[in-house]
Design a protein around this ligand. Structure first.
Ligand SMILES: NC(=O)c1ccc[n+]([C@@H]2O[C@H](COP(=O)([O-])OP(=O)(O)OC[C@H]3O[C@@H](n4cnc5c(N)ncnc54)[C@H](O)[C@@H]3O)[C@@H](O)[C@H]2O)c1
Length: 362
């Protein structure tokens, strides 16, 4: 039986019976928030532009569809969003819907990315502004990328300037600034969490994100993970999804946090080559428990450096100070990188094995 701490119990009790709207609920982060809210006894409305039952996502794979109100809608549609907020009678909104694969999608569909990432939030803020105080809080998922390239690390809220230039980064920065505007000008209770790179099961942005992509290479294609030449000098923060979810649920709960902006402190800060090595080593360690021959193959393959220039603006070093969130809600990561990595690798190992088996049976 899993032990639940008193603080976690209190957090779950707060959400019990609350009507919560989760935009982007069929995505990676939104799915985990939906899962936590359901465990807490909340009434959950999960909104997404793609809610297909066939979609590979946490809600479908964990069989949660029947336990939630599924809303298929486009966050950029202002009237629809106002209707959704009214009809669901939600008091807390978790806003995750976005074109969120960072550079790739944003480069292909810049206008749609601006509409989804910036105007999507504005539509939520507007619906809240017109709601006569029925919205207790809105949690907006911003990103460490709003800081752009900084001369000094770590990035500190309200000290480090926001210098995002890359398209995804700029759309999130615009939304981040507008969240603050709506809080200060209209008193909308929005709290902004600037997230770092989250790792965990059920991230199906497989072809775009380092960890799931590495797992696909290893377990689906028998290939080594790839390290892009231009990312050899990159440094990134990492945090396990359960810690991020806990922090965001706390921020949305605590009144003193509303109207504020918080960096999400990481459990690990590493260069991308180090991260890839850690992924390979951990996969080998795990695989040895199942199949020594495959473990040896993964070890010998290592990682592969792929040439090619970045066609987009990439930030070299990103690192967040976690002091403000620690002072406000006492948040520090509880799940170590090693533990989070293990859980994540075990998930994808199983997922890709089932996937391959399914493909052979067809
Ligand atoms: N995952 C991370 O490491 C990370 C880091 C920093 C910030 N974030 C932010 O957290 C949020 C969630 O990210 P994620 O990793 O779950 O991404 P994701 O791509 O898994 O989820 C985003 C969801 O939004 C939905 N969506 C896209 N456009 C939409 C629209 N117009 N209307 C309605 N739904 C739409 C997608 O279908 C998807 O289900 C995003 O806002 C992202 O910018 C994530």
């Amino acid at each position: 039986m899993t032990h639940i701490s008193d603080s976690m119990h209190n957090l779950m009790m707060f959400y019990k019976d609350k009507s919560c709207l989760v935009t982007g609920g069929f995505g990676f982060v939104g799915g985990h928030v939906v899962d936590f809210l359901l465990k807490s006894g909340a009434v959950v409305h999960a909104l997404d532009i793609d809610t297909s039952p066939e979609r590979q996502c946490l809600i479908n794979l964990k069989g949660l569809r029947d336990k939630i109100n599924v809303i298929t809608a486009d966050i950029t549609d202002q009237n629809t969003m106002e209707d959704v907020v009214k009809e669901t009678k939600c008091s807390i909104i978790f806003h995750f819907a976005a074109a969120a694969t960072v550079v790739e999608k944003a480069m292909d569909i810049p206008y749609a990315t601006v509409m989804a990432n910036t105007m999507g939030l504005v539509n939520i803020l507007e619906a809240a502004r017109k709601s006569d105080g029925s919205i207790y809080s809105i949690l907006f998922s911003s990103t460490d990328k709003v800081y752009g390239e900084a001369t000094e690390l770590p990035y500190v809220e309200n000290v480090t300037p926001l210098r995002a230039i890359g398209l995804y980064d700029a759309t999130k920065m615009a939304a981040d600034v507008l969240a603050r505007s709506y809080a200060e000008v209209f008193g909308v209770n929005v709290v902004t969490a600037r997230l770092c790179n989250l790792i965990g099961p059920y991230d199906f942005n497989i072809d775009f994100r380092l960890l799931p992509k590495s797992m696909k290479n290893i377990y689906c294609q028998g290939q080594p993970p790839e390290l892009y030449f231009h990312s050899l000098d990159h440094w990134r923060d990492y945090l396990y999804i359960d810690d991020a979810v806990r922090a965001m649920l706390l921020l949305a709960k605590e009144k003193k946090c509303h109207g504020e902006i918080y960096n999400m402190s990481a459990c690990h800060f590493a260069s991308t080559p180090t991260m890839i090595k850690e992924v390979v080593n951990k996969t080998v360690e795990i695989e040895r428990r199942f199949n020594g021959k495959i473990a040896q193959q993964i070890l010998e393959q290592g990682a592969k450096i792929v040439m090619g220039d970045a066609k987009h603006i990439v930030i070299e070093k990103q690192h967040l100070s976690g002091d403000k969130i620690k002072d406000a809600i006492g948040f520090v990561p509880e799940i170590s990188f090693d533990e989070g990595l293990e859980k994540t690798i075990l998930f994808y190992r199983q997922y890709f094995q089932d996937f391959k088996q399914g493909a052979t049976e067809e």
